[in-house]
Design a protein. Structure first.
Length: 164
């Protein structure tokens, strides 16, 4: 019976958590990782989660999308699309969702269909407001224009993420 018990214990330990299980932040209880945007025009990025830690660099672009990967008190560890990051005070961040265009002359379409009318073309690096996401397409608004783009052409939304 001892061998059977050990085998069952080993089997129970090898069962993975369901894919839907997601880590939650210890401070906010919100999912980690998650995307936010920068509220301020400038934000110090620090080596650790306090004002006593050295400033490694400064993000200087309002509305830039950032990914929160950890929380500690009033501090959030963030990274940008290039993987650069550190700790920022939560007051510099916003829950407003934005994305950054990663493909030059990205076509903003009237509907989530590759044959739909093109409303505008977006240059690489443009930051747009994210309104809705389907499995493969996202609805963006920027500079008075709105429309749909392929999710794979933007950064600031998870590959499996959908938004209403």
């Amino acid at each position: 019976m001892g061998r059977l018990s050990n085998l069952l214990s080993a089997l129970a330990l090898s069962i993975a958590l369901p894919a839907a299980a997601q880590e939650r932040g210890p401070v906010t209880n919100l999912p980690l990782p998650r995307f936010v945007s920068m509220k301020a025009a400038e934000g110090n990025v620090r080596r650790g989660p306090s004002r006593t830690h050295r400033i490694d660099w400064i993000f200087k672009r309002r509305d830039i999308p950032l990914e929160i990967t950890a929380e500690h008190g009033h501090w959030r560890r963030v990274r940008d699309r290039d993987g650069a990051g550190g700790w920022m005070h939560y007051s510099l961040l916003s829950g407003v969702r934005t994305v950054i265009v990663e493909k030059d002359m990205l076509q903003l379409r009237a509907t989530p269909d590759p044959k739909a009318l093109v409303n505008a073309q977006l240059e690489m690096g443009v930051i747009a407001r994210l309104d809705e996401c389907l499995p493969d397409w996202c609805d963006l608004h920027v500079g008075g224009y709105g429309g749909w783009v392929r999710k794979s052409a933007i950064w600031g939304v998870g590959a499996a993420e959908t938004l209403d």
